[in-house]
Write a protein that binds this ligand. Sequence first.
Ligand code: C5P
Length: 231
Amino acid sequence: LQGVVAVDGPSGTGKSTTARGLAMRLGARYLDTGAMYRAATLAVMRAGITLDATRTDAEGHDDAVAVATTADLQMSTDPAEPRVRLAGEDVGAEIRGADVTRNVSAVSAFAKVREHLVAEQRRIVAETVADGAGIVVEGRDIGTVVEPDAPLKIYLVASDHVRAGRRSAEDTSAGRAADTSTTGADLARRDRLDSSRAASPLRAADDAVEVDTSVLDVDGVLDRLEDLAAD
Ligand code: C5P
């Protein structure tokens, strides 16, 4: 693969597994932009700043914006071993914990944080493509904002029930307490915040191909995406 495949959609649709698996199959690089918003959020929390996780406006949050836009993030784009570093430290596990998950929608709603991270994402993509490699980029606004000219855009969806079940299974395997009903409520809250914020709300690009992952297993989804990438 050369160029960019954009994979967007809400959480629990199997985005990470799918995007990473597709990159492996295509011999491409892989960028998880959610990990960048999560690591920026961790930086804000480590700075001791308390966020109102129910708000999506930046008013009164200049300190959070300053920390999030100057955080020293390093992304490695090898799909076999994707890593996120914050000031040199591997924070891959910590950014998926409940505290960061609770606060990430608030930080990612700040327009200045998005501007900064989108520029970073475009830089990583441009460098990869200049090296002659393809890249699968996963997020919420890749097809609409980050790479609107991507030749292939996928928008993943799944039923609420399947999404909550997947997120609980992920939590359990990561050693965190899980309960499908609270996970479902957390997903619904995050969807609401992500879809209603003023800056780049979650939505499918007009030219995205929608793939429902509720009834397909991982290989089934990957077969379908590989076919789309070959077209
Ligand atoms: O995909 P993941 O669940 O790791 O994303 C965490 C959060 O980061 C999302 O709920 C959303 O608020 C934000 N995000 C975003 N734009 C992206 C990727 C993630 O706003 N491109």
